[in-house]
Ligand binder design. Structure first.
Ligand code: MRU
Length: 376
């Protein structure tokens, strides 16, 4: 069964529109993104968000600006085109620091432009190569997400079936699962289908989804505003819960598995994801619920040794002190509002990618660099 899905990114050569996720779920409004500066603001303000969607939007903004200024770029010469790519992408990269997908896209597109110049391509050919590479990111993402979904559905079913030590929690392969997820990792966070929510979609497509629970995801409410919207849009059997209700739901035996997305996975498997993810993983360990991360390989960062090396973005205090523009917290209180936390690799059962599932070695440690070399 293939259910209709939402789209966050509309692109045709020379034109980019982003679904304004700040207006969901009440209004569906697309904003025009005519250049890289407009895209920087859309990412910073979180009109577009979600690690893969941010990277794809940035690349497509570069493609749009390169297409629109093509004549001037071609006249300036091949080396100047490479400089243009570097300057635009370096600036876009300053918009949000934690998700590695954007940084990875920046490195890749700059390297492509530099290599094209080194290979002796003329300016027009360098522009064309860069634009095509940006467009390919959009095309490749949905296929990668569907592969993540397939690997993830297999992995969750197998993990739940293997809970022989706890027969009350084990379900045979072929039994439908109750899955809990956090933040928004669906069509709205990607080019389509989604990562962790893609796993949920894949289970549903196999008639193996009994129920999906989504955390509201305080303070920005990506779960309540966006994931609940996707679940309702596709009429999945789903329930929205407060973040603080997750452990109680597990204690009632109502969660077979948890799957979340990621913004950056360090070499040892430590995973930065939306704040509250770590709480969930701790609750899973206590209740014996398998805890999975689902992310494209562009989210794996073997150059970052551990979670301690991941830069965590702090968001404005008003996200916590205010609700829909009205102050709800006491005046004068200090606020700590990290956008992400780091879940230790030790609490993660497997990291699901489009190429397969990374698992811990015999010593109980992830080796993401080795996984990239051997599997990706
Ligand atoms: O701050 P956001 O909304 O960009 O955070 C998004 C998340 O943390 C997602 O769970 C993660 O980026 C994975 S998106 C497929």
């Amino acid at each position: 069964m293939t259910a209709p899905t939402l789209e966050a990114i509309r692109y045709a050569r020379g034109s980019l529109q982003l679904l304004d996720q700040l207006k969901l779920p009440t209004s569906t409004v697309f904003i025009d993104v005519p250049d890289c500066d407009a895209c920087w603001s859309a990412i910073k303000e979180m009109n577009v968000r979600g690690a893969p969607a941010i990277a794809i939007a940035a690349a497509l903004a570069l493609a749009v600006e390169a297409h629109k200024t093509r004549d001037a770029l071609v006249a300036s010469g091949a080396a100047a085109v490479a400089t243009f790519v570097t300057q635009k992408m370096d600036h876009l990269c300053t918009s949000r620091p934690t998700a590695v997908n954007l940084g990875e896209a920046v490195i890749r597109l700059k390297a492509l432009a530099d290599a094209s110049v080194a290979d002796g391509l003329d300016a027009a050919a360098v522009v064309d190569a860069v634009v095509r590479a940006c467009e390919k990111m959009l095309e490749d993402d949905v296929a990668a997400n569907m592969a993540i979904g397939a690997h993830g559905a297999d992995a969750l079913c197998a993990a739940v079936a293997s809970k022989a030590a706890d027969p009350a929690r084990a379900k045979p392969v072929g039994a439908a699962l109750r899955v809990l997820t956090h933040c928004n990792t669906g069509s709205l966070a990607t080019a389509g289908y989604g990562t962790a929510l893609g796993v949920v979609r894949a289970l549903r497509g196999r008639n193996l989804l009994e129920h999906v629970y989504c955390n509201e995801t305080r303070p920005y409410n990506q779960g309540a505003r966006l994931t609940a919207y996707e679940i309702a849009f596709e009429k999945m059997p789903g329930t929205l819960i407060c973040d603080s209700a997750a452990a109680a739901l597990m204690a009632k035996g109502k969660v077979d598995a948890v799957v979340v997305g990621a913004d950056r996975v360090a070499d040892n498997g430590d995973t930065a994801n939306k704040i509250g993810t770590y709480n969930l993983a701790v609750s899973c360990a206590y209740h014996g619920v398998p805890f999975f991360v689902a992310a494209p390989s562009t989210t794996l960062d073997a150059n970052t040794a551990t979670g301690a090396d991941i830069v965590i973005e702090d968001r404005p205090s008003t996200e916590v002190t205010h609700s829909l523009g009205t102050r709800v917290a006491a005046e004068g209180i200090d606020v700590w509002n990290p956008s992400f936390d780091v879940t230790p690799g030790s609490l993660i059962e497997g990291i699901i990618t489009e190429s397969g599932v990374a698992r811990k070695n015999a010593d109980g440690a992830f080796e993401i660099g080795k996984f990239i070399r051997d599997v990706i």
